[in-house]
Design a protein around this ligand. Structure first.
Ligand code: ADP
Length: 506
């Protein structure tokens, strides 16, 4: 019998493709077996603001932009679908889409996580249900999450609720939507990490929660099947890639980044320094419930093992530096902040609290507003810029402290990614304030990398977790170099400044 003899040295499936569907752009990144980026493509899409505080995306544009960057990355790499061993998907979380099960037609635009139209409704539930919701879902009752957005669509689109009751509608977060579209509507599924951001998913039983579905009046038939983060979900339809490719890894963006940073042991944590800062800590196989207003979430499920995480975010991270550039005009680009901060020996006792949109975890004070305190005749723009960078480190430090209080786990090191980690002053100051090592990896596209790892593991592209861990490499480590006395004195001043920012717009 004549068998198929593979060409020597030529592996037909050499790459993993990640679809990274973010809030402002769709990206496709192709990784090789070493976890290096081979090629990428990116496309921004329209942000729709129908009313103040409403934010929508066109689901068709989410899909078409994602399909187009995938095709573009593949063609720029000079390969084709047969060279892709698996697809990983990572996505903006919580954003809510409802579509017709048969036709795939969306009923309404995607309601984006930032959208506040259901804030008042959520506030009305707070007194009675916030404890129940936190206990079941790990989340703080808020309009960010999908539940109240689904309800809004059912209540406000003509005929939607009747159609939902008849089982004609599907709800999905962006991962579900993309999978439905990439499989010609054969698949209606999500992974545990995305499900855990809907505020309808019981993170203890890992199933859709009947009490919460009743509370939000959402028929169960609308909800996707919940799968592991690393398993073969389905093959893509051939209309797009001309060959079937398994979709095999799915995780929400922050969870994917935690995996991409290989924070696979309890106590390991990463912070992404973008517009805001997102810190996520692996807390192991059982959920750590927060006493300090952090979110408990599912990080991923691989095989039958579920890993949980604690999460906290800072609203104004890199955005503080944008504000210095665009509103104050005291720097011309973000990178200039580093040399200016280093041009003075310390902050000259100037502190900035960038509470321009209130304060997030662990303070959760919506009425806080920004302030700069401690100004003297000798204060210069360098001091202000330095205070702005320091404020990012202090805010992240406050979340780490909350995590330590919740888990009792001491933090020795933190892995970092995102645009602002290019700033060496900020990274060193962060290490000093945490009294821990800050590690910047070689591949900063950790979100996309995490989804690629999840997909590659499922199809045997990588043998096991150990072989992936061996790929992760630090680019630079920042070691703490500040005395205990000074750290405590600075932190005390920072917290005094925070007190001055709190409650300002009440
Ligand atoms: P996002 O994904 O949220 O759009 P990015 O990860 O692309 O954000 O990071 C962009 C942010 O990082 C911006 O807010 C910018 O001000 C900040 N940033 C970029 N470079 C630096 C730098 N060298 N120093 C400080 N902040 C920076």
């Amino acid at each position: 019998m004549i068998g198929f003899i593979p060409l020597k040295g030529f592996d037909m499936s050499e790459y993993i493709l990640t679809l990274d569907q973010g809030t402002t752009s769709s990206r496709a990144i192709i990784f090789n077996k070493k976890g290096q980026i081979v090629q990428m493509a990116q496309q921004e899409f329209q942000q729709i603001y129908p009313k103040p505080a409403w934010v929508e995306h066109d689901p068709m544009e989410i899909f078409s932009s994602q399909a187009s960057v995938a095709a573009s990355a593949i063609s720029k790499a000079g390969i084709n679908g047969r060279n892709i061993a698996a697809i990983g998907i990572t996505n903006q979380r919580e954003t809510t889409i409802v579509w017709d099960r048969k036709t795939g037609e969306p009923l309404y635009n995607a309601i984006v996580w930032q959208d506040r139209r259901t804030a008042e409704y959520c506030n009305s539930l707070k007194e009675k249900y916030s404890g129940l919701i936190q206990q079941k879902t790990g989340l703080v009752l808020d309009a960010y999450f999908s539940a109240s957005k689904i309800k809004w669509i059912l209540d406000n689109v003509d005929g939607a609720r009747e159609r939902a009751k008849r089982g004609e509608l599907c709800f999905g977060t962006v991962d579900s939507w993309l999978m439905a579209k990439f499989t010609n509507l054969r698949l209606h599924a999500t992974d545990v990490s995305n499900a855990s951001r809907t505020m309808l998913f019981n993170i203890h039983t890992q199933s859709w929660d009947d009490d919460l579905l009743a509370l939000f009046d959402i028929p169960k038939s609308m909800l996707p099947e919940v799968k592991a983060s690393s398993e073969i979900y389905s093959q893509t339809a051939t209309t797009l890639f001309a060959s079937k490719i398994p979709i095999a890894g799915v995780a929400g963006d922050q969870q994917a980044a935690l995996f991409g940073q290989m924070c696979t042991e309890p106590g390991m944590l990463k912070t992404t320094y973008g517009t805001g800062c997102f810190m996520v800590m692996n807390t192991g196989e059982s959920p750590a419930m927060s006493q300090n207003n952090l979110l408990t979430t599912i990080a991923w499920k691989i095989g039958n093992k579920t890993t949980y995480a604690l999460e906290g975010s800072v609203f104004m991270g890199g955005a503080t530096i944008q504000w210095l550039r665009d509103e104050l005009g005291i720097i011309s680009d973000a990178s200039q902040s580093e040399s200016l901060a280093q041009s003075v020996k310390d902050n000259g006792d100037v502190y900035m609290v960038p509470a321009m949109v209130g304060l997030g975890a662990p303070y959760w004070d919506q009425s806080a507003r920004g302030c700069i305190v401690g100004l003297t005749r000798g204060s210069s723009r360098a001091h202000i810029v330095r205070a702005a960078l320091e404020s990012i480190a202090y805010q992240v430090g406050d979340i780490v402290a909350a995590k330590i209080a919740d888990t009792g786990i001491h933090v020795n090191e933190m892995r970092v990614d995102g645009g602002a980690v290019a700033n060496n002053f900020l990274m060193q100051y962060q290490a000093d304030i945490l009294n821990a090592k800050v590690i910047r990896p070689q591949v900063l596209e950790t979100t996309a990398l995490g989804a690629a790892y999840l997909a590659g593991l499922a199809v045997g592209y990588w043998d096991d977790l150990d072989s992936i861990k061996a790929l992760w490499q630090a680019e630079r480590e920042f070691n703490a170099d500040m005395s205990e006395d000074i750290r405590l004195a600075y932190s005390k001043k920072w917290h005094q400044a925070v007190e001055r920012a709190k409650g300002w717009s009440e």
